[in-house]
Ligand binder design. Structure first.
Ligand SMILES: C[S@@+](CC[C@H](N)C(=O)[O-])C[C@H]1O[C@@H](n2cnc3c(N)ncnc32)[C@H](O)[C@@H]1O
Length: 395
């Protein structure tokens, strides 16, 4: 069982979230999704015009004696979230007009940097039965990082593809959770505010990477944990009600994760600014050694001027691979491999590792990893095969 400090990963814990959050180590979490109590302040029961009772949120967990008490509670869990979030992490908090403005104010006071507020437009909202106000047809999600300088994950290009090649907007049209998706126990809704899986799917797919750790301090029916598991992310979730912990654990146990190769982000992966010559200069690729195609049917000798020679075809890694494949052009980075400890290693992986080691500038420089709205942060491959010395070229 994988652990993070006190906790086993991929588990839903029963208890008060403020107390449990305190047991998570500093700067250890990639994503927090929080759907806290709204403090709806409903007075009495609500009936439809035909006198049937409305199944409104009237749960004990949503009740606070005053706005001050709600603010105090909000401050205490958000402060812990700030502490546990990695500098590169981000937090999402969902709420309604009852609480979201107070939550946003407190988040800014703590130091969070708001990136967007997303409006979840409900296609099928509950009507305003009394006819005294506009139909309340949306909820608001605040997306924030720990500071203005945070190098957060955002798969901008993937989200554009998701949205039929149009930049994804901040208004998301999604139905409320209903039908088969709604978790039921003995035919009754298990939880009054189960969020649609689509919401969590968009959040997790856009702002985390596979294997990242996601925390949900108010897990309820376990929507966050279920979607995180399906998308190959790790999670820790809390709820103070034993019943919800049981129901959500059963829900999560039934989820089968999507296989890793389908989770890889391939759209517009940013390429490191490392040339083939840079790898030779550093001795990471040796002059006089061979590059191999993946099936090892073709090989090319590395020459001192950074060209390669494959049976008399001479040129750059790109040109020679294109000639071998009888194509106009080809990406030599993904065609060629080197042998390290009898294993083929992609030279593309080598250049990512080179960038990580030598081009990861400090905060005062323009950082190549800094995610702007038009880039995404690419996790570097974790490869430990570079422990051979510089200047060991075969002469
Ligand atoms: C709005 S619901 C979350 C619903 C969830 N997002 C879902 O999709 O099912 C809030 C949840 O927070 C839990 N809760 C309220 N106060 C809590 C606290 N102090 N610590 C832990 N859980 C709490 C409630 O039991 C409730 O299940």
């Amino acid at each position: 069982m994988e652990k993070l400090g006190f906790f086993d990963l991929n588990k839903i814990y029963q208890g008060d979230s403020v107390e449990l959050l305190k047991k998570i180590p500093d700067n250890s979490i990639d994503l927090i999704f929080a759907d806290p109590p709204y403090n709806l302040q409903l007075n009495g029961e609500l009936y439809r015009p035909n006198q049937t009772k409305v199944d409104a949120v009237n749960d004990e967990w949503d009740k606070f004696s005053s706005l001050e008490e709600y603010d105090k509670f909000t401050y205490s869990w958000l402060k812990e979230c700030f502490r546990i979030l990695k500098d590169s992490g981000s937090i999402w908090v969902i709420g309604t007009y009852h609480n979201i403005f107070r939550v946003g104010y407190i988040m800014q006071n703590i130091g969070f940097w708001i990136l967007n507020d997303i409006i979840w437009i409900k296609t099928n909202p509950m009507p305003n039965f009394k006819g005294t106000r506009f139909n309340n047809a949306h909820e608001t999600l605040i997306w924030a990082t720990k500071s203005k300088k945070s190098k957060y994950t955002f798969h901008y290009h993937s989200m554009k593809v998701f949205n039929d090649d149009l930049q994804m907007r901040s208004d998301w049209v999604i139905p409320i959770c209903q039908g088969d998706e709604r978790i039921k126990v003995n035919g009754k809704k298990a939880h009054s505010t189960q969020k649609p899986a689509e919401l969590l799917y968009r959040i997790i797919i856009s702002t985390t990477n596979p294997n990242d750790i996601v925390v949900d301090p108010f897990s309820g029916s376990g929507t966050t944990a279920a979607v995180a598991k399906r998308l190959g992310r790790r999670f820790i979730a809390f709820d103070k009600e034993e019943f919800y912990v049981q129901v959500s654990t059963e829900r999560v146990n039934k989820i089968t994760p999507i296989s890793n190769h389908l989770l890889e982000y391939k759209v517009n992966k940013r390429k490191p600014k490392v040339s083939f010559g840079n790898l030779i200069e550093k001795g990471w690729i040796k002059i006089g050694e061979y590059l191999y195609s993946k099936d090892q049917k073709n090989k090319a000798l590395v020459i001192a001027d950074s060209s390669i020679d494959s049976n008399g075809l001479i040129g750059s890694i790109h040109k020679v691979s294109a000639q071998i494949l009888k194509k106009e052009s080809n990406n030599g980075w993904t065609y060629w491999y080197v042998l390290r400890n009898n294993k083929l290693i992609s030279i593309d992986d080598l250049r990512y590792e080179y960038e990580k080691k030598y081009l990861n500038k400090n905060d005062n420089d323009k950082n190549l990893f800094e995610a702007t709205e038009n880039t995404n942060v690419v996790k570097e491959p974790n490869i430990n095969f570079l422990n051979y010395e510089r200047n060991n070229e075969i002469q």
